[in-house]
Design a protein around this ligand. Structure first.
Ligand code: N2P
Length: 357
């Protein structure tokens, strides 16, 4: 009997200790359940100090992984090996992820600070009413170039890239929609064209650009252009801003035939494990002080109007990077053109890459 009593006391004691232990752990986490937030973002797309600040303020540990194309990001999310609590797709990819039921609707009762976002970047066609996504950065695709390396020549259009004087002088960002879209725009077609004849013409035109192309690159394009390894780059506007910060000789132009206007947004994948932490992160990024610091560091344009108030007007009034609505209204977002058409764009891009080898 005594041993039974002792066993009973031991069980009660262990249970109490366990209960205290668990509640202590929960208090330390700040969030019930998992204490980590797994983020999947583009490379070079956040100020690392903000991750530390978020961890310190919330007690949530951030696990951070990067990707370099929407397609690579989406494949990884579909495969589901690693689960992410936050991802940062672009416009047309958000539409695809909604279609394929890969992301959760946003619960606006948990969101603070959406009113900081400029209305120009809300309620866009890829996600009406922002049911699934919160704006993060936006920009254009254009030409960054170094007039000093081109005898002072001014570039204003996509068609200028075909000029013979640019032989082996162009770096291209490694993106099928960007590069094929540029070729379509150069011919006066929409960068969302699915017309086989227009796509064939774009493919042919791209092949004729190859003698001028020195390399097709990922994030290293910034360092190589800043180091004057080539005179010209097809880049996202924010990368151009960063290159120009490193090397003042360069400038950026939104090509006159038109180009892509894009918007990258925070989303919560359906497989997310720590949804509370995902909302904490979204709300953190919506804060004007945080968004301003992030834009200063990364060089991309923030959609956060309250953040712009805190930033250097020399940056936010520069129409190359903050083009006004009169200009952005004339540009095109990439549409969700569907799997088969996207495969065609990828094929054209691949064939173009192979032709350079
Ligand atoms: C940052 C890439 C930005 C992607 N390195 C533009 N959608």
């Amino acid at each position: 009997m005594k041993s039974l009593v002792r066993a009973f006391i031991a069980i009660v004691t262990i249970s109490i200790a366990l209960l205290f232990g668990i509640s202590y752990l929960n208090a330390a986490e700040g969030y019930s359940g998992d204490n980590t937030l797994t983020i999947f973002n583009w490379g070079d797309y956040i100020d690392p100090e903000l991750i530390t600040q978020f961890e310190e303020e919330t007690g949530i540990k951030v696990i951070y992984q990067t990707f370099d194309s929407n397609e690579a990001m989406m494949t990884k999310i579909e495969q589901g090996g690693t689960t992410f609590d936050i991802a940062v797709p672009s416009d047309y990819t958000i539409a695809k992820m909604i279609d394929e039921d890969l992301i959760l609707p946003i619960d606006y009762s948990q969101i603070e600070g959406i009113e900081n976002i400029d209305e120009r970047f809300l309620d866009l066609s890829f996600d009406p009413d922002n049911k699934y996504s919160i704006p993060y950065f936006w920009g254009t695709v254009g030409i960054v170039y170094n007039p000093d390396l081109l005898d002072g020549k001014e570039l204003t259009s996509w068609n200028d890239l075909w000029d013979e004087s640019l032989r082996n002088q162009i770096f291209l960002a490694d993106g099928a929609r960007e590069v094929v879209g540029m070729a379509l725009n150069s011919l006066g077609f929409s960068l969302n064209s699915t017309d086989p004849a227009e796509l064939a013409a774009a493919s042919g035109k791209l092949q004729s650009l190859m003698p001028n192309v020195k390399a097709i690159l990922g994030d290293e394009i910034k360092m190589l252009l800043a180091n004057e390894e080539a005179a010209v780059g097809l880049v996202w506007s924010g990368d151009a801003a960063e290159i120009m910060y490193e090397n003042e000789a360069l400038t950026y132009v939104i090509p006159e035939e038109g180009t892509n206007l894009w918007s990258d947004n925070l989303v919560i994948p359906k497989t997310a494990k720590n949804i509370d932490a995902a909302y904490a992160f979204i709300n953190f990024m919506l804060r004007p002080d945080v968004a301003a610091q992030n834009a200063d560091y990364v060089g991309y344009s923030t959609p956060n109007a309250a953040a712009i108030e805190l930033m250097d007007p020399e940056v936010t009034e520069d129409e190359r990077f903050y083009p006004p609505a009169e200009i952005t209204d004339t540009l095109e977002y990439y549409d969700n053109i569907g799997k088969a058409n996207l495969a065609t764009y990828n094929d054209i891009f691949l064939e173009f890459k192979m032709s350079g080898q």
